[in-house]
Every structure is written in C-alpha cells, then in structure tokens.
Design a protein around this ligand. Sequence first.
Ligand code: BJ8
Length: 383
Amino acid sequence: MEIRTELPEIFQSFSQARQAGFISAKEFKESGNPLIGIFCTYFPQELALAMDAVTVGLCASSDETIAEAEKDLPRNLCPLIKSSYGFGKTDKCPYFYFSDLVVGETTCDGKKKMYEYMAQYKPVHVMKLPNSQDEVALDLWKQEIIKMKEVLETQFGVIITDEKLNQAIRLKNEERRALKEFYGLCKQNPAPMTGMELFNVLVGASFDFNREVLPQKIRDLTKKVQEKYENEKKQPMKPRILITGCPMGAATAKVIQAIEDNGAVVVCFENCTGVKAIEELVDETNPDGFEALAQKYLNIGCSCMSPNAKRFELLNGLIDDYSVDGVVEMTLTACHTYNVESLSVKRFVQQQKGKPYTLIETDFGTSDVERINTRMTAFIEML
Ligand code: BJ8
C-alpha cells in the first residue's frame, strides 16, 4: 500500500505548515523572540504566549533517528521517545535546533527519564505533573505552573504580568474555539472532509507561529469547507470511525489511510493530535489565571493519570456527538500506560456504548502497513 500525502488545494496551507514552519521558526528567532520546544499537551502554552514566545511540538514521528537513539536508550522503549531523543541527539530537527529551552513533564516513565539525557543537548526544564486529578494534585500543578513562569522569567529576562497572561488565555481560547468549530464540521453525516484532511489541518495548525491570526485563518478554512460541502453533491454515507490512543504523526498516518482506503471515514481524533487538549477552555472569568490554567491542563485525560476518568468522559461525549460507528485505538509499541488502559477502553466502548472496537499496536516503521490494512478491511466489513 502506497502512503499518499497529497491533499486538495483548500487544505494545502495547513498541510504544508510543518515544512513552511522551518523558515518561520528561523525568522521568528531572528526577530529576537524565544522558541520553546515542548513534548506534551500538558504544557500551558499561555505562559509562552504571555512573553511573546512561541511553542513548537518536538514529538517526532519518524524512524530516521531511532537507530542512533538506541545507542543510548533501550530498544524496547516507545518509538516516540526514541525518535524525539534521536532528533535531539543528531540535531537533525530544525525545531529542536532553534529551541531555546525544552520543556518536559513527568508523564510516562520513559519520557521523564529520557529528559535526563536530553539535557546534554539543550537546556531542559521538567515540570512535575501529578498523576492524579484531585484537589491536592490541582494545588501541586498550580505551584508547578508558577514555578515554570519564574523559570521563563529568569531564563529570558522578562516579566509575565497578570495582564499579559490574561491576554494570552483569551488568545489561546480563541484558537481552541476556532479549532472546535473546524473539527466539529465532522459531526455532520456524511462528513464534509476526510480524516486525513482533518488530521493534516490539526497538525498544521500547531506549526503556525502567527498565533494572533491563526484563529481567523482556521475560521476561513471552516467556512470554505462548509460552503464546498453545501454546494457540491454530498459524499456517500460511510462508516464513521473515532481514533483514540497515543498521539499520531506522519509515521502513524498509515492507520488513517488504512481506515479510509477500506471505505470508512475518520470523523474524530480523541488523542492529543486531536481534541483531547482542545475541548476544554481555560476559565477566563477566574481572577486567578494560574488556577484557571492548572484546572484546564490537569483535566487532560492522558493515560499517565490514574485513574483516568476524564478520558472516558470525553470519549463518551464524542462517540455520541460524532455518531461514531466504530472505535479504533492506536497505541505505540512499549507505551505501557496506553496499552494497559486499552482494556478499559475496549470494555467501555463495547459494553457501555455498544460499539465495535479494535486495537492497532504499531511503531514508526512501514513493515506492518499491509497487516494494518488487512485488519481494517475485516473491522470495517463488520460495521
Ligand atoms: S498528554 S498522550 S502528549 S504524555 S506514546 S511518550 S505516553 S510511552 S505521548 Fe503524550 Fe502528553 Fe499524554 Fe498527550 Fe509515553 Fe506512551 Fe510514548 Fe507517549
């Protein structure tokens, strides 16, 4: 199976954003503003925005540097960790190269131990994320966010005022509202775009550094997609798939393609590439901006939380809102938290929602493309 990358014209500015972003990252740096590399959606991006810095996701999705990473890290580690470390070590990723500071969080064990080695190549700050979502954890997380603000202020010689923070909270919420409207288009049946198109816009938006204009850019695209949908003959009805599990990137888009080559359409990504960190806004009415940030970010339903009720609350709503016919969970090999939690997801989807569920465990290679395709053929026929 050949992996396709071309997309219709209206999606191109977003689908090419990652490549185009290399140039804008360089230009952004030349204008004297800091670039902060992040590995996780738990990082409160508003802190960076409040000091006129931008954040860029460094989670790699390519097997290109894994061999180099395996000289330092165990082979049986999640490919996302090995690949990301490998890009840092070999300095092959322009975003890593341009980052002034790398921020990690104590999420899964592999990632948090990897940061210790990554500090050889870049200044690294690790935020201590609690692994539960109760009141004590909320207070701890708020303190970590305040500490992060102080680290940024010291390192970059800036002051993050309450006013700047509140502005950043409003701006980032605008971006979330625009993205919610965009991916919410797929609640319609038939869906107005493919899952691959949706995926490319979600990934592309995160590499657009002009955050002031990004919300309007997304809204313009939403309007165009909706107009095209209304003016053209409607697509045929197809089985509607929700993808959950680990974050996805270029190397794991093979799962989306296998689903769509077999006649279904991906209407929602519950993972960190999709709605997981976007659905909930920061409370703009809370006079304590740090508390508001702590609440929003701690509510992200990642499998590193135990228990992880928020993931199931989100899944519950999405399966209904997007009229989902089947759930595909994609996990990365050796991602223990998501692989262990997959049993609970399977039980929830099958028993409580009465929907078919399947699990694809994969890595960043291409050797399993045919196997995934065969699995998806059988799953979609069953729908
Ligand atoms: S909030 S999903 S971005 S931690 S796949 S490195 S969990 S072993 S990426 Fe993630 Fe933040 Fe959670 Fe989202 Fe570890 Fe699993 Fe690898 Fe993972």
